[in-house]
Design a protein. Structure first.
Length: 94
């Protein structure tokens, strides 16, 4: 299902892979462990981050886009956007 163009037009394009991922939680974690081990260690130590990922993956595209829009405003999360986008693009290989 596509995200309507009116939802976050300015910010959607860089995160289309994130919003539209078909990966499972296990695939994302496997890709993270293999490709971004330092980030994977931080993720493994954070039950909050694990819960957020599970909820994100269970959400529909509109909810996912809303989550991405909210996280873009968080300086604590911005440092991870490169890793998040990269993993979303490759997680189907795991």
């Amino acid at each position: 299902m596509a995200v309507p163009a009116s939802v976050g037009v300015a910010s959607a394009a860089p995160f289309d892979a994130v919003v539209g991922t078909t990966c499972t939680y296990d695939q994302v974690v496997a890709a993270l462990n293999a490709q971004e081990p330092a980030v994977a260690q931080e993720f493994a130590a954070s039950p909050f981050a694990q819960g957020m990922l599970r909820n994100f993956l269970l959400s529909g595209p509109v909810e996912r886009q809303n989550t991405v829009n909210q996280l873009q405003g968080s300086p604590a999360v911005q440092q991870y956007f490169g890793s998040i986008t990269y993993i979303a693009g490759i997680c189907n290989n795991y």
